[in-house]
Design a protein around this ligand. Structure first.
Ligand code: UD1
Ligand code: UDP
Length: 370
């Protein structure tokens, strides 16, 4: 057999790890590819929990997370540290995921080293540089320097065309690897999880962590949660709180003393999938959860004014509420009270893939670089 394709796979945060784990597992199965896992550890505990679940041992762990880190230092540390690793391993291709600082800084670093780059989850756009911040510009940076765009949907391919990316840097519709991760986890994990919730109450799952929501918008999300509890005596809210101090401090200040609101630390991915399934409604500003929830049939209210994931809005599983207290509470109260509305949302089709995205990515890498 000819020489194996050396594929450096770089990720650093929880969502990238969840969405890149199926790619790593698929590459490990292919004799044509030698996967080399490089983690920046932009996240530490939340990254390690995903690595454990998928049984992935990084070949390089850059260990870069700092308490309440800033974008300048993190970006420059990632560029300098990945440069050293790329120089040592000389990969044939580097794969990055999505829109974090890890994605944009490691893609730039590979670009400076003239290494071919593949972008997993390419082509998402709001076309608004401040929403989400800084992710929209991270996506633009990665899509501008990469050679292979692995797009989750037809819409993401259209976005690349609109962005003026030269199609000689190829666009492939693969589906989103988050569906691979979700199906893999649900099929392999048979544990029952007990979150100490009251069995007589209806459960709403809440998560929030976006930078553009820090301050007043996040305070409004908390006030909306309190209002939902006040309006509905049969409802409880569970909130796995993101460890970013800008989130944790606000959420604890507003929500820690209500007996029907349960704040818990970030959950490992397998129990979190179980909790999503148990929830009647999800409120979130997360990207990944917007993609997973329609596969689980759980109506999801997105706590943002715009989304780069319009597919689930169109298919009906997701609604946008922004961070407006009355808009959030009114949508939630309607869903809690109106069975037809609820069923319409919960029966919507998942537009993000069939669980085979990683296989398609591996096939393309072998076809193009083998
Ligand atoms: C990052 C990404 C965001 C992604 C989110 C997913 C950037 C700029 N932001 O935001 O796109 O949606 O991850 O969660 O890339 N922390 C811990 N332990 C952890 C993880 C984080 O303590 O395991 C704390 C640390 O104090 C850290 C802070 O959270 O400094 C912020 O982490 P950072 O990755 O910079 O930003 P996120 O808000 O997590
Ligand atoms: N998630 C998790 N535990 C939690 C909250 C979320 O495993 O306590 C998972 C979730 O299922 C999804 C991913 O983390 O796959 C989303 O991460 P996050 O919301 O932090 O980032 P985003 O997707 O917004 O970039």
């Amino acid at each position: 057999m000819s020489k194996k394709i050396k594929a450096g796979i770089v990720f650093g945060t929880r969502p990238e790890a969840i969405k890149m784990a199926p790619v790593v597992l698929e590459f490990q199965k292919r004799e044509e590819i030698e996967p080399i896992v490089i983690v920046t550890a932009q996240h530490r505990q939340m990254l390690d929990s995903v690595l454990n679940l998928f049984n992935i041992t990084p070949d390089f762990d850059l260990n870069l997370m700092r308490e309440n880190q800033n974008l300048w230092e993190l970006t420059s540390n990632i560029i300098l540290s990945t440069k050293k690793v790329f120089e040592e391993i000389k990969p044939d291709v580097v794969l990055v995921h999505g829109d974090t600082t890890t994605s944009s800084a490691s893609a730039l670093s590979a670009f400076y080293g003239k290494i071919p780059i593949g972008h997993v989850e390419a082509g998402l756009r709001t076309f608004n540089k401040d929403y989400p911040f800084p992710e929209e510009i991270n996506r633009v940076i990665v899509d501008s320097v990469c050679d292979f765009h692995f797009c989750p949907t037809k819409g993401s391919i259209e976005n690349l065309k609109k962005s003026g990316i030269n199609p000689k840097y190829e666009f492939f519709e693969t589906g989103n690897t988050v569906i691979d991760a979700l199906f893999h986890t649900i099929q392999n994990d048979k544990n029952e999880y007990d979150f100490n919730l009251d069995k007589n109450l209806r459960t709403i799952l809440l998560t929030s962590h976006r930078r553009e929501n820090f301050g007043e918008p996040l305070e409004n999300i908390c006030k909306a949660a309190l209002k939902i509890i006040e309006d509905n005596s049969d409802v409880q809210i569970i909130y796995p709180v993101h460890p970013n101090p800008n989130v944790k401090n606000t959420v604890e200040k507003y929500l820690s003393s209500n007996e029907r609101i349960k704040l818990v630390p970030p959950l490992d991915y397998a129990p979190f999938c179980s909790l999503m399934k148990q929830a009647e409604i999800i409120l979130t500003d997360s990207g990944g959860i917007q993609e997973e929830a329609p596969s689980l049939g759980v109506p999801t209210i997105v706590l943002r004014d715009e989304t780069e994931r319009p597919e689930a809005l169109l298919s009906g599983g997701v609604k946008l509420a922004g961070c407006d207290i009355s808009k959030i509470t009114s949508i939630v109260n309607t869903l809690l009270g109106d069975k037809n509305e609820y069923e319409k949302m919960s029966k919507a089709v998942n537009p993000y893939g069939d669980g085979l995205a990683s296989k398609r990515i591996a096939d393309i890498i072998i076809e193009k670089l083998g």
